[in-house]
Ligand binder design. Structure first.
Ligand code: DGJ
Length: 734
């Protein structure tokens, strides 16, 4: 594994056992792209670099009328000098020109990987985990230096990229676009997969053909959003879960983003991803630098399951930083759906006590414990206890909960403020809002201006006081509205193009400070459910509340879609009350648990209000989860049957040693009088014999090649004949 530089041919070959990524310096000094895909021999010189067209309508060399950038595959292309596709960057110079031309000026190769100041990024535990290449390019006329960073990982089909832009001249540079990656592929015969939705139906997979024109997703909401996730797959048209070529692209960022694929009329494909250039303008004075967020490129030649497994392992090992990294997550009970903001200490203790009896390990006090927070209209911004509800303070409550033998956690929404709050009354200019215009509200709240360090500082101090004076093991960090009127009051007009990005940098800095002050805390991110579920957040919060939709049936789709780009251990999944708040549907408590167990399991209801039989089931579920959660959360995931294409969905996890597997089967609406339908398992040892739910004697190859019926044939396998019934199969090697 490593990076080879072929000096004579000026080619860099990044490789490991799985992939090769080849970069070349073009005849005119530009950094060109030569190959990305399945591993090829590292000594191979790539020959097919195209710089010449036929009857080119613009030519980049006097002596060769067919030499044109239009045909070139480039690593960080500019606009304005012959390449008419989407550029990777754009810099407005003082003279009004946006024309630039970066040429190779040197490079460095070293073991390990550096962080990106102020931004989340994948990290090495030891230098031998990865090798990094930095390619430095310069534009002498404009005084720009751009460093392209590439890290290839040991034993993982993953390359990470980002770019650093630097003002080397005397004049001001205005960076209008600075994307994290450009990948020029030689053909466009691909399908694009995006993960889209809205509140309560996050990350449904959706496919589009890429062979012509532009395909794009973006967020301009100030957060990564439930509407489209900053994770995209580009795959060959015949790729499916078990075979074929697929490439994954994550942006390690939680704010506005864009991802675009552009198929040109020569049949090539350009893919770019990064910070959304709309409303973006970052002035760099002499000597200043700007770092783009990181992009993660993952690859598989063996289908989407294999791609997801690589991604899961990579994010768990090299993005998550937490005492809970690769550790089983505590089973929690959250009071939100049980009480909303209507509680007092006694009510909370009653709920927690029943949770303890059921076997939960962590109690989480959700929204409503602070300031004058009795409804959505007040309190945000005032991070001190509401003594009417909790006369013994957070300290008193946390102690009582701890004394029951439970860990204790709280909910916060530190980026927001209500008009009815002490904070807003004291600092009305601390919110984002355009001068002399009304502010758009969301859930009756405004967004604090996190581009101002004093705002972040004030929230930090308030939270520090609460946390340091209580016994807090967990924090759920929520964010319940998108950003509008993104303007920093009192800020200079020419600095306003920075606000969206500085906002997110402010969020990251608060996370970083809290993590440093309280390194033992488990953070869970949340944004009205799963509206900020991205790789950037995972750097701070190893798990994310996946959706406010906890309906046993709908959740299958949400978690199924989420699993393409994110590990099971990151998916916050709870059993809530039935009928469900969002859908009104009744699904049994076992069926609700059978989906929630493929996540960081917990409950979101008052266990005092369920029947004795249901409570006994809950106790049993928790015992079961404690026994198997390591396999659920860190086993290899195989998606077997999609809820988007069939009525019955299925997936399974298999322990690393293939000794234990857990298969979840989820039925939609029943169709009568259908033929036998088999679900074929994956990832088992074909030679070994397994029991299924404690009985039988089945070879791994039988379970994988023949499969098990998903409908009740003779009553042997699957007894849940009702709509939305589920079954969990526990498979053990004998
Ligand atoms: C939205 C979250 O998704 C819910 O789980 C809950 O925490 C509420 N916010 C509280 O306001």
């Amino acid at each position: 594994m490593g990076i080879i530089f072929h000096e004579e041919e000026k080619q860099f070959h990044l490789y490991n056992d799985y992939i090769s990524y080849v970069i070349g310096i073009c005849p005119d000094g530009e950094v060109g792209h030569l190959y990305y895909g399945k591993r090829i021999h590292e000594k191979q010189i790539v020959k097919a670099y195209q710089t010449r067209g036929v009857r080119a309508l613009c030519c980049n060399r006097k002596e060769d009328e067919n030499y044109t950038k239009e045909m070139a595959q480039l690593e960080y292309p500019a606009f304005g000098n012959g390449d008419f596709r989407t550029p990777a960057y754009e810099i407005l110079q003082e003279n009004g020109s946006r024309v630039t031309n970066l040429v190779y000026a040197g490079h460095r190769i070293y073991a390990g990987k550096k962080g990106i100041p102020g931004l989340p990024a994948s990290y090495v535990e030891k230098d031998s985990d990865a090798t990094t290449l930095e390619i430095v390019c310069e534009d002498a006329v404009a005084g720009i230096r751009v460093t392209l960073f590439y890290t290839i990982w040991e034993q993982r089909p993953v390359v990470c990229r980002h770019a650093r832009l630097e003002n080397m001249g005397e004049e001001m540079l205005d960076v209008r676009r600075a994307l994290s990656l450009c990948l020029d592929l030689p053909d466009a015969e691909y399908t694009w997969m995006q993960f889209q939705g809205a509140w309560a139906r996050e990350r449904y997979p959706m496919e589009r053909d890429l062979s012509a024109g532009i395909t794009e997703i973006e967020s301009m909401r100030g957060h990564s959003s439930a509407n489209v996730n900053p994770f995209v797959i580009i795959k060959r048209k015949d790729t499916n879960e078990v075979q074929g070529e697929a490439m994954g692209f994550h942006l390690v960022y939680s704010g506005n983003f864009v991802a675009r694929a552009q198929a040109d009329t020569y049949g090539k494909l350009r893919f770019v991803m990064g910070l959304n250039p709309q409303w973006f303008s970052w002035k760099l004075s002499s000597g200043e630098v700007f770092d783009t967020p990181e992009a993660i490129l993952s690859y598989s030649a063996k289908g989407l399951n294999d791609l997801s497994q690589s991604i899961h392992g990579f994010l768990n090992d090299h993005m998550v930083r937490s005492p809970y990294k690769n550790k089983p997550r505590p089973i929690l009970l959250n009071n939100w759906e049980a009480t909303e903001m209507n509680f007092d200490e006694e009510k909370i203790l009653n709920i927690a006590k029943k949770g303890k009896e059921a076997g939960v390990e962590l109690f989480v006090l959700d929204d409503g414990w602070f300031g004058a927070r009795n409804d959505d209209y007040a309190g945000l911004g005032d991070w001190f206890v509401n003594a009417n509800k909790l006369p013994n303070g957070i300290y008193g409550l946390s102690k009582k909960i701890n004394d029951m033998g439970l860990q204790f956690g709280i909910w916060i929404e530190p980026e927001m403020v209500n008009e009815d709050s002490e904070l807003y009354r004291a600092h009305p200019d601390w919110v984002l809002g355009a001068p002399n215009r009304p502010r758009t509200l969301g859930r009756h709240q405004m967004v604090l201006d996190y581009s101002k360090p004093e705002v972040v500082d004030c929230i930090y101090k308030q939270l520090y006081d609460v946390i340091s004076n209580a016994s807090i093991h967990y924090i759920k960090w929520d964010m319940n509205r998108s950003i509008t009127e993104c303007y920093s009051l009192g800020g200079a007009p020419e600095e306003q193009g920075k606000v969206y990005h500085k906002y997110i940098l402010g969020v990251y800095s608060l996370y970083e400070r809290l993590m440093k002050a309280f390194p033992e805390i488990l953070f869970e991110s949340c944004a009205s459910g799963g509206a900020r579920f991205d790789a950037g957040m995972l750097y701070y919060a190893p798990q994310a509340w996946c959706s406010d939709d906890t309906d046993g049936h709908e959740r299958v789709k949400i978690q199924y879609g989420t699993s393409y780009g994110y590990p099971i251990a990151s998916i916050g999944a709870h059993v809530s009350a039935a009928p469900n708040q969002q859908t009104g549907r009744f699904v049994t408590i076992d069926d609700r648990a059978n989906i929630a167990c493929f996540g960081t399991f917990g409950y979101e209801l008052d266990l005092n209000e369920i029947s004795d039989e249901e409570f006994a089931r809950v106790q049993q579920q928790i015992r079961f989860m404690k026994e198997y959660r390591e396999v659920f959360q860190y086993g290899k995931l195989y998606r077997l049957q999609s809820p988007f294409t069939k009525d019955t969905a299925a997936w399974m996890v298999v322990s690393k040693d293939r000794e234990v597997a857990l298969l979840g089967l989820y039925r939609g609406c029943k169709t009568p009088n259908v033929g036998i339908d088999l679900v074929r398992m994956q990832g088992l040892d074909p030679e070994a014999s397994y029991t299924v739910n404690g009985s039988g004697d089945f070879y791994g190859d039988y379970l994988m090649e023949h499969g098990i019926p998903t409908i009740d044939t003779e009553g042997d396998w699957f007894h849940g004949n009702e709509d939305f019934s589920t079954e969990l199969f526990v498979i053990h090697k004998q």
